[in-house]
Design a protein around this ligand. Structure first.
Ligand SMILES: [Zn+2]
Ligand SMILES: [Zn+2]
Length: 160
């Protein structure tokens, strides 16, 4: 999928020649990140800290977004808040740093978008609920019990 105008491609090359412990903070917001046809994170806000460490550049990301989901109980659409945070080490020399997951490209540009997409997607609830107390639908008449009380539901409540 084409990613145009990637706000999360950062030049961190300026940190390479700075002392260990130097860092810079970025706040990058994006109106949305489209994952696929059905999945789109809106109002994406990130706090990104880029630090010079011994082995390379350590990137720490805190991100938040909202996503439109459908409640599994009442089937109503609702807006779910998604938060995630992660660290990624971009090592200078991948062979000398066996634990590192990424290495720093020679041009100093790193692209955080794939990681951001991955970590945000991991936080999407498997069984989305509009509210943890959502009363769901009546399985006889389909009434949304958050808004109305149907005759079936009253009877079953009295019995139990
Ligand atoms: Zn619901
Ligand atoms: Zn009913």
């Amino acid at each position: 999928m084409m990613k145009s105008n990637n706000l999360f491609r950062l030049n961190v090359g300026f940190l390479i020649n700075q002392a260990v412990g130097s860092y810079r903070q970025f706040e990058i917001d994006a109106p949305f990140i489209q994952i696929d046809e059905d999945t789109r994170f809106n109002n994406v806000k990130t706090d990104i800290r880029v630090s010079r460490v011994q082995q390379g550049i350590l990137v720490s990301v805190e991100a938040g977004a909202v996503i439109d989901l459908e409640c599994v109980r009442c089937l109503d659409p609702y807006v779910q808040t998604i938060d995630c945070n992660f660290d990624e080490l971009y090592a200078f020399h991948i062979r000398q740093n066996i634990g590192a997951e990424s290495y720093l490209p020679e041009n100093g540009f790193i692209d955080l978008l794939p990681l951001l997409e991955e970590y945000l997607t991991l936080e999407i609830p498997i069984s989305p609920l509009c509210d943890e107390n959502c009363k769901g639908l009546c399985d006889v008449c389909g009434a949304n019990l958050n808004y109305e009380t149907c005759i079936h539901h009253q009877e079953s409540e009295i019995k139990s």
